[in-house]
Design a protein. Structure first.
Length: 348
């Protein structure tokens, strides 16, 4: 119905335009033929062009209407309000700027150019105002705080945490409740990884997208997409830190360097890798384990071994038995920034 209505309006407009063009050509003597025939041919040609153009324009409007719900989901309430105000301002400014074009130019050229100026300024005003929504509303004395997240825990997830997927298990267990903020640039990064030519990277990217999609099924967790891109920062990690700081949220990541940088800026960080190391069970001091010495250590006489979970074990006096399996007694454990480390000696 919408397509046909648009086609009808455009066809009538082009028919009238063709009629006027034919009549003008007849009066100027440009066409040596019957004036009535020239007018009829102009109207018929205008109707044909309008029918085709109206169908294309109607389908374009239909796609825009179908896409509008997805666009509004990506935008916040303040951004929609500021964008509508910017559109109105741009249309008004464009109308004033278009008056000289209509007055000074021929109507066939002046009116289309005037319409183009109004459309461009309206779109520019909408984009500019929505991008600076927070500052504009603050200048007007209007607070842009969303009522649905007031007093609710907010989490900002990065691509490494999405690919890891362990935070989804925490959310399903009820240990994470509130609002999960998914930045648009994080989704773009995961999409780029999912489209990679490398099979392993492609699988990791798809896993991250699947994890983010599965978040919507957690009943006590609300997923909200953040459309802001923070153009002042080129690096995705810097954008995440800026977003987390702006929202007063917790950053969810497995990237140790990102977690450390965010913590140095005073932000709350949920480092899944560190959390996993804390919860990881392993041998305690005094226990005996059997390991295989992999290589010599940095200190004289030391040997290096690894448990099945990747925990490094520094063994005294094991530099000369690299490649052998031996029973060792754990003497102490040390927790470092990269995980848990054990110290042991060969059991007599």
């Amino acid at each position: 119905m919408l397509i046909e209505a648009v086609r009808l309006v455009v066809t009538l407009a082009f028919t009238a335009l063709g009629f006027l063009v034919g009549d003008e050509l007849s009066r100027q003597g440009v066409v040596d033929s019957d004036p009535d025939l020239t007018v009829i041919v102009g109207a018929v040609l205008g109707a044909g062009v309008g029918y085709v153009a109206g169908g294309l324009l109607g389908r374009l409007f239909r796609r825009l209407l179908d896409a509008s719900p997805r666009v509004t989901e990506l935008a916040t309430g303040p951004q929609l309000f500021a964008g509508a105000f910017g559109l109105l301002t741009g249309v008004l400014v464009g109308t004033v700027a278009a008056v000289p074009l209509v007055v000074l130019l021929h109507p066939l050229a002046g009116w289309p150019l005037a319409a183009l100026v109004v459309i461009v300024l309206g779109a520019w005003g909408s984009r500019l105002f929505s991008h600076r929504a927070s500052d504009l509303l603050a200048a007007a004395g209007i607070r842009s705080v969303s009522p649905d997240v007031s007093g609710v825990d907010q989490y900002v997830v990065d691509s490494s945490a999405a690919i890891d997927g362990r935070f989804l298990d925490l959310a399903r267990a009820g240990l994470m409740r509130g609002v999960m903020v998914v930045a648009g640039f994080v989704v773009d990064e995961l999409q780029g990884i999912a489209d990679s030519g490398d099979r392993n990277r492609r699988r990791r990217g798809r896993r991250g997208l699947d994890v983010l999609e599965a978040l919507s099924e957690v009943p006590w967790l609300t997923v909200r997409t953040e459309p802001r891109t923070f153009p002042l920062f080129e690096d995705v990690d810097a954008k995440l830190v800026a977003l987390t700081d702006d929202l007063g949220a917790r950053l969810v990541t497995t990237d140790h360097n990102l977690a450390k940088a965010a913590a140095l800026r005073g932000l709350e960080v949920l480092d899944l890798q560190a959390l996993g190391d804390l919860l990881k069970s392993g041998p305690m001091a005094g226990e005996t384990v059997r390991i295989r010495v992999e290589r010599a250590g940095t200190e004289p006489g030391q040997g290096i071994a690894f448990l099945e979970d990747g925990t490094m074990v520094v063994v005294e006096g094991a530099a000369g038995i690299v490649g052998d399996e031996v029973d060792v007694e754990v003497t102490s454990a040390l927790r470092t920034s990269v995980g848990r480390m054990l110290f042991a000696r060969i059991e007599e």
